[in-house]
Design a protein around this ligand. Sequence first.
Ligand SMILES: [Zn+2]
Length: 263
Amino acid sequence: MSRADSVQQMIVDAIPAFTDNYIWALRRGDRVAVVDPGDASAVLRHLDRTGGHLVAILITHHHGDHTGGILELVHERDIPVFGPTVRPIGGINRPLEGGERISIDPLGCAFDVWHAPGHTLDHLIYVGTDRVFCGDTLFAAGCGRLFEGTGAQMFDALARLSRLPDATRIHCAHEYTVANLRFARAVEPDNAEISERIERELDRRARGEPTLPSELGLERATNPFLRCHLPAVSERVRSVRGVDARSPVETFIALRQWKDDFR
Ligand SMILES: [Zn+2]
């Protein structure tokens, strides 16, 4: 990077796509990288509006709402496309399996890559110095459904994330926060931070703002899936679901099943 680059802040924009997806755009000056571009047209509109050009794509997992725009975006662009290859995903030219460190030089940033199976078997998380791009693993006040992996795998992925610093910004891929908080309140009716957060996030949605990124400290206080070690949570799983969970991972699995049934 030149000296001028180093004084330009990196900006991270949430690009809404489909009904509740966010494609994250990392921008420094006129250089942009996107995470999980399910919809090429939403990214192209963002590039138009910001005068940016695309320098890299990061993919967390194979689902179409995260990958559907890749081929259109890489058409005639020679850019790195990072992502998993457990399932073939068209357009990926920097295959990852987790454990790597990747650099996006035009943006002057780097990420540690974690393999985080649970939602899918190929799921990756990109961990930067003060933020993570975690796809459909950790959501604000919730976590992804278990489509391919096991509850134990997802529990491990969330436990690893929850050891990051409190101020870590959580860039997940869906606007599910308010619905997730309603479930969180059913799990912990006496947790005042959850009730306060529902009001705050409803206000943001009413103003048309995203509730993301979240912060890990807030997640640890209000996300039931990061609170499975607490007696209040395992007790509630016992009283509401009749599950006698003997460990945090068993509580997690019962909680995930409860959320699947929750309306
Ligand atoms: Zn997904």
